[in-house]
Ligand binder design. Structure first.
Ligand SMILES: Cc1ncc(COP(=O)(O)O)c(C=O)c1O
Length: 389
C-alpha cells in the first residue's frame, strides 16, 4: 500500500546543508543556516544552559510524566519574559509545546476547533507557516508584507489587504526579527495594525521565535504589548530555540489571551486536549532548563549577557555587510535597519548560483541570508565576492 505514496521533494534548506558539507573548498561560507553561529562558526550552548543542566542532572528525582499542559512554573516564567508585567493582569492560558513549531501547530488546531476558516499570512513569511496551517485544515490567504527589490515593509499594502479580512479570520504577525526578511514594523505600524485587528474583530496569532535578537529582550516585545493592550483576544506562539539555544530540545509554548478567566480556562483545556491527541505531552528537558534559568537571578543575568553578545555580533555584521553591499547596490543600506538573523537579498537566482559555484557562498535560491553565518573576519572578502557578480 505504500506504493500509493509519491516521493516528496527534500526540504531545499536541508538539501543546501548537504551541498555545503560536500564542498571541499577552503573558506566556504554558509549563509543558509537557520541557527545562530558564533565567531568560530559554532552554535554554542549558553553558559547558563550548561549550569542549569548540571543542576537538573543532580537534582532531578523523577522522569514521570509532566502532563499535556507541561510545567506551569515554566509557563508563568516564559510568559513573564515574553510580555513583562503588562501580561500579568491578562486572562491567559498557556500550554508547553515541542518548540515554536509545536506552538504554531497547536494554535492552528485550536483555530480549526473554534471554527475559524481562514488565516492571513504576510508575503513572504517562514515557509512552514503556510504548511502548518494548511495541514491543520485552514485556508491560507495572504497580505503583502515586504518588497524585496526595494527592501521595504509594505505597510500600506498590508493594511489595505487586511481591510478585506472578515470578522473571525485569524492574522499571523511576527513579534520581531521577521523571518525571512528582517523587516521591522514601527511602533506606529503596530498601533495601527492592532487597531485594525480590534475594529474588524480578527484574531491575531503572534509568532515570537527570536525575542532578544532584534533590539533587545524587552524592546522586541513592544509591538506585542501594544497589540495585547488593544485586542480582547489573541494567541502567542513562543519558541525558546534561538534565544536559549535549545533548538533540539524542542522548547516552546502557546499562550491564549482571553476576555475572561473562564474563557481562558476553556481554551487551556482545549489546548491540552489537542496536545493529548497529537503528541500527548511535551518534552520536559528544555522547559526545565528555561525555568531553572528564569527562576534564578544570577543565571538569568548571565543568560541575558550572553544573548546580548549574540545580538551585538549579528547587529555589527549586519551593519558592515550593508555598508559593503551598498557600494554597488544602494538599496542594500536598508539591511542595516533590519533586525534579527535574516535578510532577503534582492538577488537573481542566477547570482545566488554563481556565488555558490564560483565563490563557495551558500544561500537558498530565495536569497535569504543568515547574517550570523558570517564571521567578522570574513565580511570584507564576502562583500568583494558579491561586488564581483
Ligand atoms: C518564524 C518562525 N517561527 C517559528 C519557528 C519555530 O522554531 P522551533 O520549532 O525550532 O522552536 C521558527 C524557526 O525557524 C521561525 O523562524
Amino acid at each position: 500500500m505504500f506504493d500509493t505514496l509519491a516521493r516528496q521533494s527534500d526540504d531545499p534548506l536541508l538539501a543546501l546543508i548537504g551541498l555545503y558539507r560536500a564542498d571541499a573548498r577552503p573558506g566556504k561560507v554558509d549563509l543558509g543556516v537557520g541557527v545562530y553561529r558564533d565567531e568560530q562558526g559554532g552554535t554554542p550552548i549558553f553558559r547558563a544552559v550548561k549550569e542549569a543542566e548540571r543542576r537538573l542532572l543532580e537534582g532531578q528525582t523523577t522522569k514521570s510524566y509532566v502532563g499535556p499542559e507541561g510545567d506551569p512554573v515554566f509557563l508563568e516564567r516564559l510568559w513573564d519574559l515574553t510580555t513583562g508585567p503588562a501580561g500579568r493582569s491578562l486572562a491567559t492560558a498557556g500550554v508547553q509545546t515541542p518548540g515554536g513549531s509545536g506552538a504554531v501547530r497547536l494554535a492552528a488546531d485550536l483555530l480549526v476547533r473554534m471554527g475559524v476558516k481562514k488565516i492571513w499570512l504576510g508575503v513572504p513569511t517562514w515557509p512552514n507557516h503556510a504548511a502548518i496551517f494548511k495541514a491543520a485544515g485552514l485556508e491560507v490567504v495572504t497580505y503583502p508584507f515586504f518588497d524585496v527589490p526595494s527592501q521595504t515593509v509594505l505597510f500600506d499594502g498590508m493594511m489595505e489587504a487586511l481591510q478585506g479580512a472578515r470578522a473571525g479570520d485569524a492574522v499571523l504577525l511576527h513579534a520581531s526579527c521577521h523571518n525571512p526578511t528582517g523587516g521591522v514594523l514601527s511602533p506606529e505600524h503596530w498601533a495601527a495594525v492592532s487597531k485594525l485587528i480590534a475594529e474588524r474583530s480578527l484574531l491575531p496569532l503572534v509568532d515570537s521565535a527570536y525575542q532578544g535578537f532584534g533590539k533587545g529582550l524587552e524592546a522586541d516585545s513592544e509591538g506585542l504589548r501594544t497589540l495585547l493592550a488593544a485586542v480582547p483576544e489573541a494567541l502567542v506562539a513562543v519558541s525558546c530555540s534561538k534565544n536559549f539555544g535549545l533548538y533540539r530540545e524542542r522548547t516552546g509554548a502557546v499562550f491564549a489571551i482571553a476576555a475572561s478567566k473562564q474563557a481562558a480556562d476553556a481554551v487551556r483545556t482545549n489546548l491540552a486536549g489537542l496536545a493529548r491527541t497529537s503528541y500527548s505531552m511535551p518534552p520536559d528537558h528544555g522547559a526545565a532548563i528555561v525555568s531553572t534559568i528564569l527562576g534564578d537571578a544570577a543565571l538569568t543575568a548571565d543568560w541575558m549577557a550572553e544573548l546580548e553578545t549574540m545580538r551585538g555580533r549579528v547587529a555589527s555584521i549586519r551593519e558592515r555587510l550593508a555598508a559593503g553591499l551598498a557600494r554597488r547596490w544602494q538599496v542594500m543600506t536598508a539591511i542595516a535597519g533590519q533586525e534579527g538573523m535574516f535578510s532577503l537579498l534582492p538577488l537573481e537566482e542566477a547570482d545566488v548560483m554563481r556565488l555558490r559555484a564560483e565563490h563557495a557562498i551558500y544561500m537558498p535560491a530565495s536569497g535569504r541570508i543568515n547574517i550570523a553565518g558570517l564571521k567578522s573576519a570574513e565580511v570584507d572578502a564576502v562583500v568583494e565576492k558579491f561586488l564581483s557578480l
